[in-house]
Design a protein around this ligand. Sequence first.
Ligand SMILES: Nc1nc2c(ncn2[C@@H]2O[C@H](COP(=O)(O)OP(=O)(O)O)[C@@H](O)[C@H]2O)c(=O)[nH]1
Ligand SMILES: [Mg+2]
Length: 386
Amino acid sequence: MNAVARYFFAVLAFLVSLHYILSFSHASYGRATSLSNLGLTSILKLSEPSNADSISNTWIPQGSTNETLSPDPRANAAFVILCRNSDLESTVRSIREIEDRFNRRYRYPYVLLNEEEFSNDFKRRISILTAAKVEFGVIPHDHWYQPDWIDETKAKESRDKMVEKNIIYGGSVSYRNMCRFNSGFFFKHPLMLKYRWYWRIEPDVHFHCDINYDPFRFMEDHNKVYSFTITMYEYEATIPTMWGHIMDFVKLHPEYIAENNALGFMLKDDGASYNLCHFWSNFEIADMEFWRGEAYTAFFEYLDAQGGFYYERWGDAPVHSIAAALFASRDQIQFFDDIGYEHSPYTHCPKSKAAWEAGRCSCDQARSFDYDGYSCMSKWDKFIEQ
Ligand SMILES: Nc1nc2c(ncn2[C@@H]2O[C@H](COP(=O)(O)OP(=O)(O)O)[C@@H](O)[C@H]2O)c(=O)[nH]1
Ligand SMILES: [Mg+2]
């Protein structure tokens, strides 16, 4: 190498070293000369490592910064999803939506329950959807299957009659298992015992609006026990004797009835009978301490002993709803107008324009179920205003 070439390489080495020293020691110099600022990222089709996802997934407690992490202000809560392996795709869609609209900022855990083991593929496809903890549980046999003391001949006769009358799920035993499980057992599952609050989600439901606050915290801070987004009439043919049994229970246990309860919302004929209004329980955010408490435990055991989950087709929606109306005070029942929610065929879309805008809702307010003829919302409005 001649002297000129040696000189050229020495200068080049000096300049390269200087560039690296300045890049590390002076951030502004480093930024100014980075690939992206020189416009090279797109030309080279390089994607800069992005931390956007981890930033939006990082849950920062309100009122604090990353540097001053305060104790977790979240509620002791979880999502609970009852489903089968065959519900995989529809469960993926529901979780994807609640993550996008709410939970990627809060990371509340999920509990998925099934009467049989979830497959490895199911667990793999669900776990990838969220940064939150996901647990998969098998339901204990006696929490799910028809008890031995149910007279199967009588139960079958009733199912056959319901099929003749074209009553939805009239012939299904598994549907009855599901309704009884949701009424009296999900909150006793070992994976649920560590939680106080739950948010029930089903496969193939839709969350139409951003939820810009924590509904669990709202429930806890405002002393609520039960909440709903849709209320409607029950099919009378599925619960012909339920109300009579409930009134018998009330006579036996007047001590459990709450002051200022919401029963008036469900009465007709001057209080003589049930108007069939109930909260649609495929959406629920509620306090499991309420279901685990003395009043509801006695209530569920009493109803279960009548056999109506199998001799008729009692749904968990009227069971939960009437219990909430009896054992909670009316102001402990929360209607979440701002949670846009759809379970086919009905959608609740926020009535408030401000809520609809703040939630960037994808639902059409004009098509909300609230004031449909089959909805009990106007009854609730009137009741709550009294
Ligand atoms: N593991 C399990 N889940 C069920 C079964 N039947 C219903 N479910 C779940 O129970 C919930 C209600 O059932 P669904 O068919 O949606 O009833 P509908 O909403 O009343 O029409 C959903 O979360 C279903 O995934 C069943 O046999 N096994
Ligand atoms: Mg459903």
